[in-house]
Design a binder for this molecule. Structure first.
Ligand code: 6PG
Length: 248
């Protein structure tokens, strides 16, 4: 593992996806222990896609499975595909099978996005209400938000040139994604940037060109929405593997 210092954030480069997953699990556990010790609870928004799965599987095993304060950890999602929770494309389903159903978390601690609602706008509004009820504040402050990044520079479901990039008046929105001809529900950049910790998990050579643009390129928020993630007061960590960091 090696790190690249940067003025506003930390970039940690792991040898491969396995080391990245171990380091992500370690960081999750460390933050969970600190927040539960200090404030009695820990709120985390999970990312979707494939990269977090290995981390979830590590957390579902010893030592984490029987040492983390699961009863005080509250799970949310950064985004979701508009499918039922048992659908193969569901981010909830992936996290549930790889982690949540395998460790002693009270089901009432799990707040999935109701993305099966045939009206995606209503699904986003229902999720916002859930967040406001839990956080008891107009805009939630997550303790930790995990994010991934696509080869096109998107993060959560904030896709290039899409409507949601401009909806900082909302906590979460429905976002139509032209290339998939489908809707997604996503936290807005505004909500993500209010988090106390944000961790990007990025692996694979196909991500290298976009990662170079996002971290070292000129500012182009429309083309590279991951550049929108600049936490106001929280810590930002880019946890990447050597293949993704090849052009840095
Ligand atoms: C989703 C995500 C999305 C994901 C990236 C990276 O629902 O797809 O939340 O933002 O994190 O597309 O996906 P991979 O980890 O599969 O490369």
């Amino acid at each position: 593992m090696r790190s690249l210092q940067h003025s506003t954030h930390e970039i940690l480069i792991c040898a491969d996806p396995a080391e990245l997953a171990r380091e992500a699990a370690r960081r999750f556990a460390e933050l969970a222990d600190v927040f539960v010790r200090d404030v009695g609870k820990f709120s985390v928004a999970l990312s979707g896609g494939s990269t977090p799965k290995a981390m979830f599987q590590i957390l579902a095993e010893k030592p984490f499975a029987n040492s983390l304060p699961w009863q005080s950890i509250y799970f949310f999602w950064g985004d979701e595909r508009c499918v039922p929770p048992d659908h193969p494309d569901s981010n909830f389903r992936m996290a549930n099978e790889a982690l949540l159903a395998r460790v002693p978390i009270p089901r009432e601690n799990i707040f999935r996005i109701p993305a099966e609602d045939e009206d995606p706008h209503r699904a986003a509004t229902r999720y916002e209400e859930t967040l406001r009820n839990f956080f008891k504040e107009e805009t939630p402050h997550f303790d930790l938000v995990f994010l991934g990044m696509g080869p096109d520079g998107h993060t959560a479901s904030l896709f290039p040139k899409s409507e949601a990039l401009h909806r900082n008046d909302r906590v979460a929105v429905a976002n139509y994604v032209e290339k998939f001809q489908s809707w997604r529900i996503t936290l807005t950049a505004e909500t993500i940037n209010r988090a106390r910790n944000v961790i990007f998990l990025i692996a694979g050579a196909d991500k290298a060109p976009a990662l170079q643009k996002v971290l070292e390129g000129t500012s182009d928020l429309e083309q590279y929405p991951s550049q929108l993630i600049q936490p106001y007061f929280g810590a930002l960590l880019w946890l990447v593997d050597e293949a993704a960091a090849a052009l840095l």
